[in-house]
Design a protein around this ligand. Structure first.
Ligand SMILES: [Zn+2]
Length: 242
């Protein structure tokens, strides 16, 4: 069977044994949180098949980080097979106090994505509008907005811009996210775990993705194989593969 794809996972946080287990069943877009984890992630991708590494600084880490770290991260591009920039973005929900600095960093990362033709793996709680406006203004080609719980009226705009959202297994218990599944066009849907992370009693990890796929097929009333082939098409467009 074809492997399922997790488009947003903090793979470097798992043990080596777990990473090997995960990669048996999943292809993983592995995101980073800072310079140290960016190095770990690109090295993991060299050591294993089936990892697409993204490098960057998480909005939660921006407060304690200097611009030098952005430069250091940029220097990894070219030296390693980097596929995307992430986890980067803006967050007005959990770390509003550093918003201005986050914005500066995010613009830098958006520019890197453009310069090196990489996709963006974006975090945007309560800054959905600001993120979309910036991506549009900068004419970013490829982006996935992860764990989308923003206003439903943005979904069509995301589609028109050619971007994607990733759906998290949290949809099982998070009503707001379930509403997103109901309303999102199939052409923008991807799947993620955001693992390893605990969310309201759910241990988020790639192994929850098959159940998520079933949930989406029930909500959208579409056959699982059909759904999966749509999602695979979306993924190919994100990573620009034919
Ligand atoms: Zn994440």
């Amino acid at each position: 069977m074809r492997k399922l794809i997790d488009v947003h996972c903090h793979l470097y946080e798992f043990s080596n044994d777990r990473i090997n287990e995960i990669l048996k069943d999943f292809k993983v877009v592995a995101v980073s949180d800072d310079y140290g984890s960016s190095i770990k992630t690109v090295k993991l991708a060299e050591e294993h098949e089936g990892i697409l590494p993204c490098i960057g600084i998480h909005p939660w880490e921006v407060g304690k980080t200097t611009k030098d770290e952005v430069k250091a991260i940029e220097s990894l591009i070219g030296r390693y097979e980097v596929k995307g920039i992430g986890e980067v973005g803006l967050d007005k929900k959990f770390v509003k106090n550093t918003f201005n600095k986050q914005y500066e960093f995010f613009i830098n990362f958006v520019n890197l994505a453009k310069e090196y033709d990489l996709f963006l793996n974006v975090h945007a709680p309560d800054a959905w509008r600001e993120v979309l406006d910036l991506l549009r203004r900068k004419d970013v080609g490829r982006a996935v907005i992860h764990w989308f719980t923003g206003p439903l009226e943005l979904l069509n705009e995301i589609k028109e811009l050619g971007y994607f959202i990733s759906i998290n297994p949290a949809a099982k218990v998070q009503n707001k996210h379930r509403r997103v599944i109901e309303e999102a066009p199939l052409s923008i849907i991807l799947l993620e775990s955001d693992g390893p992370y605990d969310y309201r009693g759910l241990k988020l990890e790639p192994e929850l993705i098959p159940e998520l796929l079933t949930l989406i097929s029930e909500i959208k009333k579409i056959d699982i194989d059909m759904l999966l082939s749509r999602i695979n098409e979306n993924f190919k467009a994100l990573i620009k593969s034919v």
